[in-house]
Design a protein around this ligand. Sequence first.
Ligand SMILES: [Zn+2]
Length: 249
Amino acid sequence: MVQRLVFAGLMILVGVGCQTTSQRSASSLPAPTFDAPPVTLRAAVPPPPPAAPTQAVSASGQANPSSGVPRGWAPPVKARPWRWIVIHHSATDHGGAKAFDKMHRDKGWDELGYHFVIGNGTDTPDGMVEVGSRWPKQKYGAHCKTPDNRYNEYGIGICLVGNFDNTRPTPAQMKALARLTAYLMQTYRIPASRVIGHGDAKPTDCPGHNMSVASVRRMAQAIVDSGAATDPALARGSAGSIGNASANQ
Ligand SMILES: [Zn+2]
């Protein structure tokens, strides 16, 4: 058995080696030696499996959406020059980032198309913000295709779980959405007028006729004006301060 492993390891070494080398030397290779040093065995260890979809999505939302700015919201790389925030509904009764990631990959997409997903108490807790795998990389979105692709290139895609043609977003979802939107508006200097629904960018029913984007703009702007958009202490509900309206420009 050990000998077979060693032999397999050698074959793998030959197989993964530089092509020109293996082609040139295939006939001149020494015969496999079955008492090769143990280090050869390490080549027989299979590489780690590719990351599962669940690992591609980090659920850095929090049980209590008002407990400060979650670290996952601030990407570890240089920010993309975001210009819009685009709101979607999933048009499904249930789901979460993991389920939608699979759905999008099954369609042949690279990964979850949205940057954030806000749960409705089915797959994830009601109002929980999940950070999609694109966000830490500051990668363009795949949620709002238009001829010039500007909303995918420079639009942050937020999807709320639910079908808002049939139901309404839950209060916890709206609170989390306002909080996240305010944070993004403040951080990327996006004015409320550039917080839009998917249907504002192209003909689609998304995010459903029961989703009021105007309400989201109003709620998010109030948080920005209170100075709580990026301040964990203020976000916990303590006294407000003089509003920072720089994001309105
Ligand atoms: Zn949409």
